[in-house]
Design a protein around this ligand. Structure first.
Ligand code: FAD
Length: 265
């Protein structure tokens, strides 16, 4: 498989970087082709602004969605963004790796998504009608590819459990897994999350490394999170609300968007 790993940590000697190297070692040993986007090392520009759209005339109002649509359609996106889109098209699997900062990804990685996920590429794709609402949530430019997160978190595993004060980790990662990865079509694998990351020692590192190696070995075969397909009949169109009665008993909130059981539609 061809694998793109997008890495967001400023310190080459960090725990995150050590875990990244474990993942790289395992993927290379398995014979996968690998490309890395190390965002801090690349000096990645995080913010969307008018320099992203060279075709915009001086004094012309910046409408980010319209500017993105035009730049993608006319191939006038900036070279750094074009290079990342090319990597996404190349890769069969995408890994996003980051430390959990304020319950989310570091700003540099969010800015990578904001800039690389252009209109016409990652969103604004496909027909909107009575039977479809665009190519998204399981369909889209990146359908057929796999994606997963590698995350380090300072809090304890229990803090992110079903009753933990931080909120369940699957809920916190839902906007990334469902909103950023599933949206343009990826099959999203369960995340690799390691907790208590600020109090690591050699023994903890070796345990986490073993688990991570196993996850890398199963990158091609692991069962994706069973998110519902948007255009397969589970949602009313165009309100995009889940039809009554499809949810698993007791499911609510983000959990509504998981298929209870049965084959992928
Ligand atoms: P590092 O800081 O590089 O290292 C962490 C520890 O691991 C150190 O003790 C280091 O000595 C040790 N270590 C490093 N490499 C190795 C190795 N190879 N072998 C053994 N030990 C090693 N946490 C949350 O849970 N929720 C949040 O919302 C949250 N928000 C944050 C916001 C900010 C701005 C910051 C700075 C931190 C936040 N944290 C949060 C904590 C954060 O998630 C952790 O600091 C981070 O995940 C640790 O990963 P790292 O790669 O930065 O580790």
């Amino acid at each position: 498989m061809k694998v793109l790993l997008v890495f967001a940590h400023p310190e080459p000697q960090s725990l995150s970087a050590s875990l990244r190297d474990v993942a790289i070692g395992e993927l290379e040993a398995a014979g996968h082709d690998l490309r890395i986007s190390d965002l801090y090392a690349m000096g990645w520009k995080a913010q969307v602004d008018r320099t992203d759209f060279p075709a915009l005339g001086p004094g012309q109002r910046l409408l980010p969605v319209a500017a993105s649509k035009n730049a993608f359609a006319t191939a006038t996106l900036t070279d750094d963004v074009k290079a990342e889109i090319e990597k996404l098209r190349w890769a069969d699997a995408l890994i996003l790796q980051f430390p959990l900062w304020w319950f989310a990804m570091p700003a540099i990685l969010k800015g990578w998504v904001d800039r690389v996920y252009a209109y016409g590429f990652a969103y604004g794709v496909g027909e909107h009608s009575d039977t479809r609402w665009g190519d998204r949530y399981g369909e889209g430019a990146l359908a057929g590819k796999r994606a997963m997160l590698i995350v380090t978190a300072g809090g304890w595993e229990q803090h992110y459990g079903p009753r933990g004060v931080n909120g369940p980790i699957d809920d916190l990662l839902f906007p990334i897994n469902h909103g950023i990865l599933y949206y343009p079509g990826y099959d999203v694998l369960p995340p690799f999350v390691t907790y208590g990351a600020d109090r690591y020692d050699a023994a903890r590192f070796e345990m986490a490394a073993q688990h991570l190696r196993e996850r890398m070995r199963t990158l091609e075969t692991a069962t994706p999170i069973p998110y519902r397909r948007q255009n397969a009949g589970d949602y009313h169109i165009p309100t995009m609300e889940l039809r009554d009665g499809l949810e698993a008993p007791g499911a609510s909130g983000f959990g509504l968007h998981l298929r209870a059981s049965g084959p992928k539609k």
